[in-house]
Each structure stands twice: as C-alpha cells, then as structure tokens.
Design a protein around this ligand. Structure first.
Ligand code: GUN
Length: 284
C-alpha cells in the first residue's frame, strides 16, 4: 500500500479562512477583533521562527497581535507581572508564552499565572483537567490539530487502537486524552516502554511526538495504519524531517502526514481557532 498524504498545509488554510470569516463578521457586528499576545523570552532560533509565523498569521486573519519580546536575562517576577497586565487587558483574549523558557524561569509557574480563559495553548491545569474530564474548552493546539487531520481521513476512530509515542505535556499526554475522547483504545509509549516496535505494530493510528529524526522505522507500521508525525527535526545536512522514516512508512500506511507541511501548520491554525473561541467566551 502507498499512503495518501494528509496535507496539513491545505487543511490549515481552510481552518484559517474559516477563522478569518468569523473574525470579519464579529468586527462587522461591532465587536472587538480577537487579540492574541505572544510572549517570547530569549533568542532560541526555532522559537523565533515559530513566534514570527504565529504573529504574521494572527494579523492575516484580522486579529490584533500584541508582541512582547524580552532578553533571556528577564527576571521571572517581570514575566509574571507582564502576564498579570495581559490578564487584566480586555483587548487581549489569548496569551501564549513561547516555550522553552530560560532555565531560571519556572514554566509551570508561568503557565499557571495565565488566566485559564485566555490560555490559548490549553496548558493551564484547568484546561488540561477539562480535557481529561471530556469537557474541553481551550484545547492544546498540536493535538487538536492532529484530531482535525484525523477527521480529514473520513475514517471512524471509535474502537481503533491508537499508539502515542511520547508522553510530553504539550503533545503526548493531551493527544492521548483527545484520542480517548474519540473512543480509541489508547497506548502511551515512552523511553521506559518495553518492545516499542511490537506495540507500535498494534497501532491502527500511530502518533509520534518524540523529537528524534526518523526514529520510528517503516517496519514498525502496521499495514493500513494512519500515521501522524508531530516531529520537526533538522538533520546534520540541514534537512527538516519528522520522527517517522517517511519513505518507508508511506509504503505501509493508509494515510500519513509529511514533514514539513503536516502537523506544523495545523498548530498555528488551531491557535487562531482557540483565540477566536476565547474572544467568544469573553463576550459571554
Ligand atoms: N513550544 C513548542 N511548541 C509550543 C506550543 O505549542 N506552545 C508554546 N507556548 N510553546 C511551544
């Protein structure tokens, strides 16, 4: 079997256009445009690219973008004070603090300072808890984007065995909760998992979020599986590749996401969807 490609770039464009249309009708109805504040601390090169894309797309859909860039030396108390001001600003509906943060800043403290109603990353314990309890409001963007891509296949998810590789707070854990909510049987694998290839071979759906180039081998993929690759890794030759050996996995999967152009663009699209949702919730 040669897999069909799940074109994240195209689906993200559709989602972004839907958001832009809703923003335009909000504004035409006399309501404020949604506002998204993206906070960056330090000069991590990958973060700078992501943040630039987030801000550019925010403006492209007619939302207000509030940029806050700080040097890596910023004191934690200063960052928390910035979040307090953004929490209190009615023009700001969504707040995102780009991770990772410098070592002297506690990311948990920062995430918990954001008003859960403005937590468009969906990382606050309140939003994580709501997702665990099957009643999500603001959902973590990357897993939410993966679910949108899975919907694109038209395949029913109920009863499928979904294998999630990676247990991070940003990807693996919320992804597992999304898949469980979609009535999959879910297995979460991590670095202490025994016989990883054997478990991945059981997956009707495989989601890889480990951050290691070409880690998942083609012969780990069951015939006809749907493969979602969350990884974005740069090889020594400077090429962007996923966590899955794409060429080999493509010969066995029924659907597969490419890297780049798969999950990556969906993350920003779902961030904008969340920001619109936060603005709607703020309307009451
Ligand atoms: N760093 C890598 N992915 C993300 C994300 O989705 N949100 C934030 N805030 N930081 C990230």
């Amino acid at each position: 079997m040669s897999a069909r490609i799940l074109d994240g770039k195209a689906v993200a464009l559709t989602v972004t256009q839907e958001v832009a249309a809703k923003v335009a009708s909000r504004v035409a109805g006399g309501r404020a445009p949604p506002g998204l504040a993206v906070v960056q601390v330090g000069e991590n090169p990958a973060s700078q690219v992501y943040v630039r894309n987030k801000r550019r797309t925010t403006e492209a859909v007619g939302m207000r973008s509030f940029a806050h860039d700080f040097p890596a030396s910023l004191a934690e108390a200063e960052l928390l004070a910035t979040i307090d001001r953004l929490n209190a600003n009615p023009d700001v509906h969504g707040i995102l603090v780009q991770l990772p943060l410098p070592k002297h800043v506690d990311p948990q403290k920062v995430v918990e300072r954001i008003d859960p109603a403005k937590d468009v990353d969906g990382f606050h314990p309140y939003n994580v808890g709501r997702l665990v309890l099957k009643s999500p409001t603001l959902r973590p963007c990357t897993p939410y984007g993966c679910m949108r891509l899975l919907a694109e296949t038209g395949e029913p998810l109920a009863g499928k065995h979904a294998v999630v590789i990676g247990q991070s707070n940003i990807v693996g854990r919320p992804m597992a909760m999304e898949l469980l909510m979609a009535r999959c049987t879910v297995t979460i694998c991590h670095s202490a998992t025994r016989d990883l290839p054997g478990i991945v071979r059981q997956g009707d759906v495989v989601v890889a979020g480990v951050g290691r180039a070409n880690f998942v081998q083609g012969d780990w993929i069951r015939d006809g599986a749907i493969v979602i690759d969350v990884g974005i890794n740069r090889t020594d030759e400077g090429k962007l590749v996923g966590d899955v050996d794409f060429a080999a996995a493509k010969e066995r999967a029924s659907w597969i996401t490419p890297v780049p152009g798969g999950v990556g663009p969906m993350t920003i699209a779902m961030l904008l969807a969340n920001t619109l949702r936060a603005a709607e919730l703020a309307d009451g």
